[in-house]
Design a protein around this ligand. Structure first.
Ligand code: BG6
Length: 492
């Protein structure tokens, strides 16, 4: 457990927005409940739409009621409120920032300050410049940190541009680029699984692994996020960040140590080894589609184009799949398939590793029959689990086989939300689970050719029924006939 953190002021810009209400405040509440917050921390909510403290707390109370573990505990809520303060201000004019600076000074809040940008990314550069202009990023009397959500830029060029703005005002060590997937218990377990067990290491390479699938499916649609989502799409929203991070963890070499820079060096090295998708081959490496109306969990839902504020001619993808190759000693020739989709049949994220076939198939009864290859399945959510599929003999007189699964589920232990650990890391100054600028840029480099190609095809996008596993046509990405997306942890 983390303890003895510096006292600090945790400023949340956009305190009345969706992220703050559904993720940040519940995470801070849980940390308060478990006595993990710094003793005298102030959490300062900043937003133009805050009326006053009482109203803000009333709304917060009702938000938390709906989402905290084991129901809202009044005593904990009271303790939590003693750490909360709010300021009604915009983030546009110098006066706005002066007001913020004066308030922190007047209230004598801790001079260790983290600024959490729960804001549209288009505001990042201006807010950083204004904070810097008023002197709030100077680390003279305490540390100053800035936390930003993805996407950091919208392609390589804009990411570099944004980075240049940040560099003018901040040291890299002051910047925390969040990828909440890195805060997930099961994702961190990928590292432990790989680097604390010797068993699989000899097999973890192109000699034994046929291909790897990293798959994220969710049943929700875009909900009220149309303004953010349309024009961003699934490739930027999920693959550029979360799925490429999962890929790095699965495929990177063991780092020198688990310290932040060593870990991030290794991830960058891996991302740099990914072969660029040639301009003329985008269609054999990438696939996109958009959800149409359909039946999810026995409820009819609308298609993407019928969602609020979506232009009727939008070709924004809600499903994206990619085939990537890692051009290094360990992985050359092994395809890595990444897939993400909204409004799919089930909420489900997993890493599925398909081993090669045995060199000779002894136990088949017919020429046509083929043994199933071994799979290793790492369930990320909702089932946190590790399963190894093996072929065994069916009990009986005949020599028949079946696939069984050795199951090491660890569901019971996973209750913390990813944001809890990540927010503590910000307070502690630990960058291990945050993205470095070169990591972000390498990720953009990988997907930029696809973005460019898709941007030039504005007249058509395939659709898939909501509640399905996405379009069958995406199977064309697979190298070998008969290969399919794994959508379940159960043996197929
Ligand atoms: C977010 C994306 O980063 O991750 C969302 O912006 C997506 O569109 C979400 O729904 C998925 O996260 P999780 O933790 O629910 O898998």
């Amino acid at each position: 457990m983390k303890q003895l953190l510096d006292n600090c002021t945790f400023v949340i810009f956009g305190a009345t927005g969706n992220l703050a209400r559904t993720k940040l405040m519940p995470a801070l509440y849980h940390l308060c409940m478990d006595d993990l917050l710094p003793k005298d921390i102030t959490i300062l909510g900043v937003a133009r739409s805050i009326a006053d403290r009482d109203e803000w707390l009333t709304e917060l109370r009702s938000d938390l009621k709906g989402c905290v573990r084991d129901g809202l505990d009044e005593a904990v809520f009271k303790r939590f409120c003693s750490h909360l303060d709010c300021l009604r201000t915009g983030l546009r004019t110098t006066e706005d920032y002066q007001q913020l600076s004066d308030y922190i000074e007047k209230k004598n809040f801790s001079k260790n300050i983290a600024f959490y940008f729960s804001l549209p990314p288009s505001l990042y550069a201006a807010v950083v410049a204004s904070l810097s202009g008023i002197g709030l990023l100077k680390q003279e009397q305490g540390w100053r940190r800035v936390v930003v959500e993805k996407p950091f830029g919208s392609d390589l060029e804009t990411a570099k541009n944004l980075q240049r703005h940040f560099e003018r005002c901040l040291e890299e060590s002051q910047i925390y680029r969040i990828d909440h997937y890195l805060g997930k218990e099961t994702v961190q377990n990928v590292q432990v699984f790989r680097f604390a067990n010797l068993l699989l290491e000899p097999l973890w390479n192109r000699n034994y692994i046929d291909h790897v699938q990293i798959s994220h499916a969710e049943t929700i649609g875009i909900g009220s996020r149309s303004v953010y989502y349309d024009g961003i799409g699934a490739l930027r929203d999920m693959i550029q960040s979360h799925l490429l991070q999962l890929l790095s963890l699965v495929a990177m070499e063991p780092p020198v140590s688990m310290q932040a820079e060593d870990l991030r060096d290794e991830k960058v090295k891996l991302l740099r080894s990914i072969s660029a998708i040639p301009k003329g081959s985008v269609s054999s490496h990438a696939f996109r589609a958009q959800y149409a109306a359909g039946d999810v969990d026995e409820k009819m839902v609308k298609g993407y184009l019928q969602e609020e504020n979506i232009p009727q001619d939008s070709v924004c993808e809600t499903y994206a799949a990619l085939k990537l190759y890692i051009n290094n000693w360990r992985w050359r020739g092994v395809p890595f398939y990444l897939r993400t989709g909204k409004r799919m049949k089930e909420k489900h994220s997993m890493i599925a590793i398909c081993f090669r076939q045995t060199p000779k198939q002894f136990f088949r009864t017919s020429q046509l029959e083929q043994f199933k290859p071994n799979w290793l399945l790492i369930g990320i959510q909702p089932d946190a689990s590790l399963r190894m599929e093996l072929t065994v003999k069916k009990p009986g007189l005949e020599m028949q086989t079946k696939v069984i699964s050795l199951d090491a589920s660890f569901n019971d232990d996973v209750s913390r939300d990813a944001y809890e650990g990540l927010l503590l890391d910000v307070m502690e100054g630990d960058h291990s689970l945050f993205l470095r600028s070169d990591e972000v840029e390498e990720s953009w480099k990988i997907i930029d050719p696809v973005l460019r190609s898709w941007a030039s095809q504005q007249d058509y996008i395939r659709t898939y029924d909501s509640g399905s596993w996405g379009p069958e046509e995406s199977l064309r990405l697979f190298e070998k006939e008969g290969q399919r997306w794994r959508s379940s942890l159960e043996p197929e």
